[in-house]
Design a protein around this ligand. Structure first.
Ligand code: HEC
Length: 167
């Protein structure tokens, strides 16, 4: 009887040991140890005959707003740029932001009201790169316009927004 108990105990311990071993093996031999492509590890060439959709300018992802904010504005704020920006603003932005950017568009009472983008404090807080990135990739609730507007058009919009800043 004593031996039988010892044998049973040994069996249970052995089974536990095997199970523990299996768990340990699964733990170390997991998916991270398989073949993978690490972002940035290699640069894939553009397929032949294709063009970058965004006009050659790389748009940092939405999460990288701090990096995007540091980009300088490559488009000079000429009267033409501001006129183009204003035209685009009237088409795409005025429904929410209002015809003069005051946040009083016809949609805003039914949506989260946007800020007054002419506000001097907000204008000082934000860089051109930050706003160009918000327009392209969207804000907390504001939709993204990267699909509809080229990077250059978004810089024109920023130039227009700067031109309507309150003094
Ligand atoms: C559907 C409504 C809507 C439309 C259309 C819209 N916006 Fe906005 N926008 C918002 C709202 C709401 C906010 C504030 C909350 C947020 O950042 O998402 C905002 C914020 C902003 C800001 C301030 C971001 C900041 O925090 O400094 C800018 C600049 C801006 N929008 C520009 C534009 C431009 C330019 C367009 C047109 C291409 C546009 N918006 C179209 C709703 C809209």
């Amino acid at each position: 009887m004593k031996y039988l108990f010892g044998l049973a105990l040994l069996l249970v311990l052995a089974a536990g040991g095997v199970m523990g071993g299996v768990v340990a093996l699964r733990w170390t031999d997991n998916m991270t140890a398989t073949v993978k492509i690490v972002p940035g590890e290699r640069v894939l060439p553009m397929p032949a005959g294709t063009l970058p959709r965004t006009g050659g300018e790389l748009t940092p992802p939405r999460e990288s707003r701090d990096i995007a904010a540091k980009r300088p504005n490559p488009v000079k704020a000429t009267p033409e740029s501001i006129t183009t920006g204003k035209a685009l603003f009237t088409i795409y932005c005025a429904p929410c932001h209002g015809p003069a950017g005051k946040g009083d568009g016809t949609v805003s009472p039914k949506f989260i009201p946007p800020p007054d983008v002419t506000n001097a404090t907000l204008q000082k807080q934000r860089t051109d790169g930050f706003w160009q990135h918000v327009i392209g990739t969207g804000g907390a609730v504001m939709p993204a316009y990267g699909e509809a507007l080229s990077p250059e058009e978004r810089w024109h919009l920023v130039n227009y927004l700067r031109s309507i800043a309150q003094k």
